[in-house]
Write a protein that binds this ligand. Structure first.
Ligand code: NAD
Ligand code: MG
Length: 393
């Protein structure tokens, strides 16, 4: 029986992971569940899954969680705080960690699970964008099994020879090709993008996801973060990571080999496939995903990304070339920008403009350890916030 910690259980990925877990009660038990602040949603999941521990990240919600669990799920121990997430991820309470927190807030628990040698199903791409070098070092040192569940990286993992993670990319792999849906504004000009609203940006044509990643998909920053993620996961040089727009989101990504072969993984756009893959690896299990019907899909289109209308992809590539300090600044500024856009305080085009301004104002380009990265992250957030207040983006 695998004991699974689902960090970010109340989110979109958390819900998909729990759906797969519930289909296989003989194999999996959700032993740890966490949420940021929504006590009611977390307690409802505890009633259903009866975990050993429930963690609320916001410490001021501890009393509410404790009181509600005493009534609704008395066998579940309440805990609170970011440190508790890391402690539990590294503990005997779980052998598998589904890293499904959104943002750099997931870094500490992902790293703790890596140091402790757990099986990690990585959805939280921001943690590898910020701490990629250190995370991969920890994985190699501890023998942790890192399984990507971001759909593109899961596809690449399935198409690469073993060991895909933890050693240099093999010379016979010519390039990794990440597919991008293009988001809800594919084909739009900058003039058309200027007035778009959070509701339009969050209406993704193919995937139902949390609001932050939905906005990232609309700006193409999601693909930028994924290029950085692929670089660290597969030890792939940036120039061997390509992006192609594929509006149907059926081909999840491709690997091109030197002999002319291209291998791809296809499926319906449903995150349960990647989560079931990671949970059961190296076996395969039922995920609740309908079979792919290619005749019904009828056609698969591919086109190059438009980096003029969507500059975030270029910004991410530039930051990757500069190094971990730059990708940390990029990610932190993006988290601030997306949050401001969702609150109506920043325009859609202002997101990329804010990233560019934050990157030019901060000159740190060294970040050798976690305290240094967290310091750069905090300064980038402060800079981005003050730019929003001071300037008309
Ligand atoms: P979501 O907003 O739906 O859920 C986020 C979860 O994290 C929630 O449980 C929330 O309570 C928790 N959380 C938020 N802030 C937190 C904090 N500061 N501390 C602790 N917990 C916090 O997001 P999602 O769409 O499920 O995405 C989760 C992660 O997976 C993101 O990194 C995203 O990029 C990645 N991802 C998501 C999808 C998808 O289809 N949704 C696909 C690929 C990758
Ligand atoms: Mg993805």
């Amino acid at each position: 029986m695998r004991r699974i910690a689902i960090l970010g259980a109340t989110g979109s990925i958390g819900g998909s992971a729990l759906d797969v877990v519930a289909r296989h009660p003989q194999r999996f038990r959700a032993s740890v569940l966490s949420a940021n602040e929504n006590v009611d949603a977390l307690v409802a999941l505890c009633c259903r899954f009866q975990p050993d521990v429930a963690i609320i990240a916001r410490e001021d919600r501890y009393a509410a969680l404790r009181d509600a669990l005493a009534q609704a799920s008395p066998a579940t121990r309440p805990m609170a705080g970011i440190a508790a997430l890391a402690d539990v991820a590294a503990s005997e309470l779980c052998d598998t960690v589904v890293a499904a927190i959104v943002g750099a807030a997931g870094l500490g628990s992902t790293l703790a699970a890596a140091h402790a040698g757990k099986r990690i199903l990585l959805a939280n791409k921001e943690s590898i964008v910020v701490g990629g070098a250190l995370l991969m070092q920890a994985v190699r040192a501890s023998g942790a099994r890192l399984l990507p569940v971001d759909s593109e990286h899961n596809a690449l993992y399935q198409c690469l020879p073993e060991p895909a993670i933890g050693s240099a990319m093999r010379p016979e792999v010519r390039r990794l090709v990440l597919t991008a849906s293009g988001g809800p504004f594919r084909g739009w000009s900058r003039e058309q993008l200027a007035p778009v609203t959070p509701e339009q940006a969050c209406a993704h044509p193919n995937w139902r996801m949390g609001r932050k990643i939905s906005v990232d998909s609309a700006t193409l920053m999601n693909k930028g973060l994924e290029v950085i993620e692929a670089h660290w996961l597969f030890d792939a040089p940036p120039e061997r990571i390509e992006v192609v727009v594929h509006p149907q989101s059926i081909v999840h990504s491709l690997v091109q080999y030197t002999d002319g072969s291209t291998l791809a993984q296809l499926g319906n756009p449903d995150m349960r496939t990647a989560l079931a893959y990671g949970l059961a690896w190296p076996e395969r299990i039922e995920a609740g995903v309908p079979d792919l019907d290619l005749a019904a899909v009828a056609r698969l289109d591919f086109q190059p990304p438009d980096e003029v209308a969507f500059p975030c992809l270029r910004l991410a590539r530039e930051a990757l070339r500069e190094g971990p300090a730059a990708t940390t600044i990029l990610n932190a500024a993006n988290e601030v920008a997306v949050s401001a856009f969702l609150q109506g305080r920043l325009s859609f085009l202002g997101i990329a403009a804010l990233l560019e301004s934050t990157l030019t104002r901060l000159h740190e380009r060294e970040a050798a350890d976690i305290p240094a990265l967290l310091d750069i992250d905090a300064r980038a957030r402060r800079t981005a916030l003050s730019l929003i207040t001071d300037e008309a983006f």
